[in-house]
Design a protein around this ligand. Sequence first.
Ligand code: AMP
Ligand code: MN
Ligand code: MN
Ligand code: MN
Length: 290
Amino acid sequence: MISYNLDYNVCTMKVDLHSHSYFSDGVYSPSEVVEFANQASCNLFSLTDHDTTDGLIEAQDRANALSLNFIQGVEVSAIWRNMTVHIVGLGVNINNDILQKGLKRNQDLRKERAEKIELGLRRAGIKDALDKTRVLSKTGMITRTHFAQMLIHEGYCKDMKSVFRRFLTGNKPGAVRVEWSGFEEVISWIHSAGGLAVIAHPFRYRMTQTKIKRMFSEFKEAYGDGVEAITAMSSEQEINLCSNWAKEINLLISSGSDYHGWPNQRINIGSLKEIPNSVDLIWNHLSWQR
Ligand code: AMP
Ligand code: MN
Ligand code: MN
Ligand code: MN
C-alpha cells in the first residue's frame, strides 16, 4: 500500500471532507456519494457518517475504482459543557479496536435514545413512532433525522426546521439528553485509530462567539487537531473569524459540505467557499491511499 501526500498547489484542489451516506442520515449509498464527489471534480473527499465507519469499505472501493483520493472519516457525537458537539475524525483506521469500542458506545446510546424519543412522542399522542421510524433507516442506524422524516411523513410538520423545533429539541416531547463522551475521550479514540480530530460546523451550535472560541481552546487543550472553518452554509465573516481563531490557537483548518443528499437541503458536494491564505490546511497533514 502506497501513501501519497500533496505535492501540488493546494489552491487547485477541490476538497470536501464532510459527507453522509445512508449508513447514517444521508439519502444515498456510499458508492453513490463517492460518485457524486467524482462528478463534482473533487480531488480529495471523505465520507463521515455519524458514529459509524460501516460505509467506508464500500466508499473506498468505489473511490479506488474512480481514482478519487479518499479519506476514511467519521463524525462522532461528543459533549462539551452540556451541549452536543460533533467531532469529525479524518484518516481513521477502521480496524482500530479503541475507535470501534467508542463508536459502539455511541451506537448503544443512540438505541437507548431512540426508545426514549418514542416514549416522549407517545406522551404527545404519537403512536408507534419507533416502528414507523425504523422502516426509514436502510442500515438500522437511527438518527433524529429519521424521526424528523417520520413526523413529516405522518403530517405532524411540514419541514425539517419546524420538526426539530417542535418535537426534537429543547424541552419538546422528543428531546432527549444524551451523555456522549467528552472531548478528551473522543479525541483519544480518533488518535488511537491514527486520525486527526476536527470540530464540525462550529457556527451551528447555539453558542456566542466567545463561547465558540473557548470551545476551540479547550479542544486544543484536549489535543484536538483542527476546526471545520468552511462548511456549506458558512459566511465569509464566519470563515475569517474561525480561521483567525484557529491560527491563534494553533489548530488546523478543514473544509466540508456536510452533504446529506436531502432534496431540499440545496447543498452540493465540493461546492465550498475559498479558504483564506496562510492557514494551515488539515489535508497537508493527512495521507491517503490510491
Ligand atoms: P443525531 O445525530 O441523531 O442527533 O441527529 C443529528 C442530525 O440531525 C444532524 O446531523 C443533522 O443532520 C440533523 N439536524 C439537526 N438539527 C437540525 C435542524 N434544525 N434542521 C435540520 N436538520 C437537523
Ligand atoms: Mn446528519
Ligand atoms: Mn454534524
Ligand atoms: Mn455531518
